[in-house]
Design a protein around this ligand. Structure first.
Ligand code: ZN
Length: 341
């Protein structure tokens, strides 16, 4: 079964004022990926440039004149889906519109807008706009699967603001499906299958059961989705939402997408309370009818989109492959819980 492992190492040095200092660093092993990450406790409470207050909107946030996602230009500036996928060329649900990504990363690559609002500060979007956009993504992915049964490696992702990788300010989700697995698809499929073979149970359900028993990192629920701070974070203030026992899009109801949207917005409001304005979101699926990967959304804070901010990926993450965060996941859960009530 799942074991949560950690090891504490101590750095010893003489401080500038002459005292001997012992600084603990916790090295935790992610029970899903096997990767290690570090919590550098000595940096807790450190003043981080650009996070004293929520950064102001970028100076060009009001300039919608060139935005291809704003309604006056949407029809003429965005591509259309092949008629085999959608006879109308775009999928529309409430205020959300989905269309192909003009700069695709895979065979089936699309963009799903939330609505016609050009700039939305983190934590302030109407939950219905997220539900509509997720529903559009699910609709698109199921159309793709009906059209190309081998394009089973699927993902819904979000880059909120350019510091998280977003190229356009107008909020949107990316959605994609491919016959070729990504690294994380490949790894997760093998891990979840091995876990099922060895235990006869589902990986994320077992992880969730453990975390609900231990409770330190459990945050709350929105409908069927259960939320927790990641045990061994691979990003700052990493939060997971798990929909236990659900392994396919076809099993998610309209209410299920609404419940996911509420949890995503709760997370955003928590991040906003920390004066963070950038984040990434990801939900991975393998729709091959055999996958043991349950739906899990991962959300991490990224460096603020503001002047003079340090990147959240240092030589340590890029070269050693271990994320080093400064906050204990148990404290992340404590801080997030009020946003679920
Ligand atoms: Zn726009």
């Amino acid at each position: 079964m799942l074991r949560l492992e950690k090891e504490v190492v101590i750095a010893r040095f003489i401080s500038p004022s002459g005292e001997t200092v012992q600084a603990p660093i916790e090295i935790r092993t992610n029970p899903i990926t096997g990767r290690t990450s570090r919590v550098a406790f000595s940096r807790i409470g450190e003043r981080e440039a650009g996070t004293d207050f929520l950064p102001a909107p970028p100076p060009f946030a009001g300039d919608t004149s060139q935005c291809p996602f704003c309604r006056p230009r949407l029809q003429s500036k965005t591509p259309r889906l092949l008629p085999e996928l959608a006879p109308d060329g775009r999928l529309v649900r409430g205020g959300s519109v989905l269309f192909p990504n003009l700069f695709p990363y895979g065979a089936y690559s699309a963009v799903s807008l939330f609505d016609d609002t050009h700039f939305v500060e983190i934590g302030t979007a109407p939950p219905a706009s997220y539900a509509d956009s997720f529903l559009n993504c699910a609709d698109y992915l199921q159309r793709v699967l009906a059209y190309d049964a081998e394009a089973v490696f699927m993902a819904i992702t979000q880059n909120h603001l350019p510091s998280a990788g977003g190229s356009l300010l107008h909020p949107h989700l990316q959605v994609q499906a491919d016959r070729v697995a990504s690294n994380h698809h490949r790894f997760l499929r093998a891990k979840a299958a091995r876990h099922f073979d060895e235990n006869g149970s589902l990986l994320f359900s077992d992880y969730l059961d453990h975390e609900k028993t231990e409770a330190d990192r459990y945050i709350g629920r929105t409908g069927g989705w259960e939320w927790l701070a990641a045990y061994a974070p691979e990003g700052f203030f990493e939060i997971w939402g798990i929909l236990p026992r659900v392994t396919s899009l076809s099993q998610v109801t309209a209410d299920g997408w609404k419940d996911l949207s509420r949890g995503v917005l709760n997370t955003q409001r928590f991040y906003r309370s920390l004066c963070r304005n950038g984040y990434n979101l990801g939900l991975l699926l393998i729709e091959d009818g055999m996958s043991r990967i349950e739906l899990r959304v991962v959300i991490v804070v990224r460096s603020n989109y503001a002047p003079w901010v340090r990147s959240d990926h240092t030589g340590f993450e890029v070269m050693l492959g271990d994320m080093a965060t400064f906050t204990a996941p148990e404290d992340t859960a404590t801080g997030a819980r009020p946003f679920w009530n």
